[in-house]
Design a protein around this ligand. Structure first.
Ligand SMILES: NC(=O)c1ccc[n+]([C@@H]2O[C@H](COP(=O)([O-])OP(=O)(O)OC[C@H]3O[C@@H](n4cnc5c(N)ncnc54)[C@H](OP(=O)(O)O)[C@@H]3O)[C@@H](O)[C@H]2O)c1
Length: 304
């Protein structure tokens, strides 16, 4: 099978298209023909070697954690799946070796659920990591409730857009920071947009006159420094992007029941995944460069 690999840490130029053996599947695993693989900022960080001290690495490494595809083979211990089933998965292994930038992946049943029927392949491949992160931040950590006012920094991004939609669905009034070109998009999902940068505090106060109850930083760039000035007393803050003494850091964990719930939310029309661009598998380096450049709006996805 064709896959993207890197044989040493480095910039996007270390990515190359290679021929690899078909992944071996265990009894509790499925072999999936990948139709789309979602990129995440972590892919760039890991390829650069930033986690070399905390993750055992077996070169060549196939990058990527998110995939959507069609079951080709199911082990005897994976009776819930049959060839032809359309699935998504979060293939997050404790070591760096097998990833999803590939034509085929072997995934344990614990990593896989069915694809949202109403989502395209690219949309479906953008859901796992971003969706898990957004859900854990908004629903499990911030515990956003109806009637609250929530500020999402980076509300137009892969995670932020899902987080903002989850907060809207909880019945909150949601204010989201984004670049001007994304303000119409935010309005379309029920979010009040404000521009980030100088003057942010005044702009948030203009639209949240009583202050905000909860803040999610899905952008970084020091956005959390505004929390005390825009928050009500007792404001709750979490961050997925910046470590801050004023916010709880949330690091996404795989959780199959949550992934299943996200699929149901997509199918119910409560959650839409925004795809910024798709690239053929062989252009993985260009796709990662585009991700790093930060001018995309939504998920960047590889299509084998
Ligand atoms: N902790 C975890 O488990 C976890 C999981 C996933 C991601 N992350 C991290 O979370 C961050 C977001 O990930 P993502 O996949 O959503 O990335 P993304 O799709 O690239 O989105 C980034 C967002 O940041 C916004 N932004 C850019 N410059 C900004 C600024 N100066 N102030 C405020 N917002 C700004 C962008 O807005 P415009 O496009 O509108 O300009 C965009 O909405 C990344 O740092 C990523 O590494 C952490």
């Amino acid at each position: 099978m064709k896959a993207i690999v890197y044989r040493s840490f480095g910039g996007p130029e270390v990515l190359e298209l290679a021929d690899l053996p078909t992944p071996k599947t265990q009894q509790d695993s499925v072999l999936v023909r990948v139709r789309a693989a979602g990129l995440n900022p972590a892919d760039n960080v890991i390829r650069a070697g930033a986690l070399a001290d905390s993750m055992d690495t077996f070169f060549p490494v196939v990058p990527g954690w998110d995939f959507a595809g069609v079951v080709e083979r199911a082990g005897a211990g994976a009776p819930e799946w049959t060839p032809g089933d359309e699935v998504i998965g979060y293939l997050r292994e404790p070591v760096l070796h097998h990833g999803t930038y590939a034509e085929l992946v072997a995934a344990p049943v614990t990593a896989v659920t069915r694809k949202p029927a109403n989502a395209s392949w690219a949309e479906a491949a953008g859901l796992p990591l971003a969706g898990l992160t957004a859900y854990q931040a908004v629903v499990e950590h911030l515990r956003v409730t109806s009637g609250e006012t929530v500020l999402v920094h980076g509300a137009s991004g892969g995670v932020g857009s899902l987080a903002a939609q989850l907060a809207v669905r909880s019945g909150a009034t949601v204010i989201g920071t984004a670049g001007l070109s994304n303000h119409d998009y935010l309005r379309s999902v029920g979010v009040t947009p404000v521009a980030y940068g100088d003057g942010l505090i005044e702009r948030v106060r203009d639209v949240a006159t009583g202050g905000v109850d909860a803040v999610l930083d899905a952008a970084g760039h020091g956005a959390l420094a505004s929390t005390a000035a825009v928050g009500r007393p007792g404001v709750r803050a979490v961050s997925i992007a910046d470590a801050s003494p004023d916010a709880t850091t949330v690091f996404a964990r795989h959780d199959l029941p949550t992934l299943k719930e996200l699929v149901q939310l997509v199918e119910a029309g409560d959650l839409t995944i925004r795809v910024a661009a798709t690239y053929p598998l062989r252009q993985a380096a260009e796709a990662q460069r585009a991700l790093a450049a930060g001018r995309h709006s939504g998920k960047i996805v590889l299509v084998p």
